[in-house]
Design a protein around this ligand. Sequence first.
Ligand code: SF4
Ligand code: MG
Length: 315
Amino acid sequence: KNLKKYYPITGGVLGGEVGVVKAVDDVSFSVKRGETLGLVGESGCGKSTTGRSLLRLIEPTSGEIHFDGVNVSSLSRDEMRKMRRDMQIVFQDPFASLNPRHNIEKILEEPLIVHGIGSSAERKKRVLEMLEVVGLSSYHARRYPHQFSGGQRQRIGIARALMLNPKLIVADEPVSALDVSIQSQVLNLMQDLQREMGLTYLFIAHDLSVVRHISDRVGVMYLGRIVELTTSGQLYSNPLHPYTKALLSAVPTPDPDAARERVILQGDVPSPANPPSGCTFHTRCPHVTDECRTKRPDFRDAGNGHFVACHLYKS
Ligand code: SF4
Ligand code: MG
């Protein structure tokens, strides 16, 4: 709720604060139990910062995070550590997130040790069970991260996140580093696991085609804000925000008759250290008006829970 993460920019001759990067700038959303909320946008839009802030791996500048009735933002470090049993993250680069000097058994056992769960024998049993759940086998337990393919490493990253039987998984671009053929295997695995374990996902991606099939609802981020949020079906069949339309124009559609209004993005994403006034998308928007340059559009319901922040939609 009203989540913000601002980073000071230091510099100048005195090394003082010379500005601020608004990495996440007043973002509010909810994720329902058992659903997948996709969060999409170009790199630097604040989606990873948002995901990590929910778990307080990054401390937000302000705003509130509520999880299962608990105000996570007010928990002490120790209480937060306990809370992380229920809230886990899967990273984009499984290789960077797995300790190269530890074998898989040790990597998967670690969360259990940290939380003081089970005897050594029980932990090892759980490791083998979890390897199987993600499509690997006991045969892999003694191997090291470098002995696995990218897809296998991501399965290990997922297994590690599941060791504590969490409720929520923040998946931060979990398939972006994988070959397209492997991507769908990992996405299918994640969907199966969600059904079997009753998981809730916040699924972060830079590509709308990746979140399409896995997400119940999708939020589109631009320069630290959510500009559109609705069901997956609505977003793809009836996108409202010009930025969403531009992102969708870049996604190949299997049906050539389903010609969407094509919007080609002009220029680059402006620097979040110096975002445009008014609607931050105005420097790239084909529908820009004077109002857009001065007045920030409210995030409002355009009907049926389809939220959009754009002056074109005022009821
Ligand atoms: Fe474009 Fe204006 Fe809508 Fe921003 S508010 S997306 S500039 S039409
Ligand atoms: Mg990222």
